[in-house]
Design a protein around this ligand. Structure first.
Ligand SMILES: [Zn+2]
Length: 153
């Protein structure tokens, strides 16, 4: 019998979204988050939620490669793991010239528009992976693509 892994379509938890957003297949990587309405520059777009975990637990989970992408550093001790209780923000793909930036305030992470975003655009953020971890190639296609999701230098 053929075994096929069927992935459920991820969804946005609208409790944490300030605009109408949706998840659909992306050209960058698997699923992406898209604006369903225009979003003005500097507005909060959504909150990045997930299980709050310690530095030690972050280290343990990031050794499981497939989870790396959903771990978001809040400060020198805490991380949020968007794989558990994620709002959908964990599905925002990396781009070297993104239309979102992260705002960390009061132990929470908000994605804010770096520029005006048009309805239908895919939302993107710079993951800023450490230069000290394994290089992950980037295919974001932007003119200033640095070729890797990691920071250089
Ligand atoms: Zn890139």
């Amino acid at each position: 019998m053929a075994r096929r892994k069927i992935e459920e379509t991820p969804v946005i938890n609208s409790d944490y979204a300030y605009f109408d957003l949706e998840i659909r297949p992306s050209k960058i990587h698997r699923w992406g988050v898209y604006a369903k309405e225009d979003i003005p520059k500097r507005r909060r777009v959504m909150e990045y939620t997930g299980e709050r975990i310690s530095r030690r637990e972050t280290k343990r989970r990031s050794d499981l490669q497939h989870k790396l992408i959903y771990l978001f550093t809040v400060d020198s001790y805490w991380c949020l793991d968007g794989a558990v209780g994620g709002s959908g923000a964990e599905r925002v793909n990396h781009c070297c010239d993104p239309n979102l930036q992260a705002l960390i305030t009061g132990g929470r992470i908000f994605y804010v528009a770096r520029r005006d975003i048009k309805a239908g655009e895919e939302l993107t953020i710079d993951y800023h992976f450490s230069k000290d971890v394994e290089r992950v190639p980037c295919k974001c296609g932007s003119k200033i693509c640095r070729g890797t999701i990691n920071v250089l230098g």
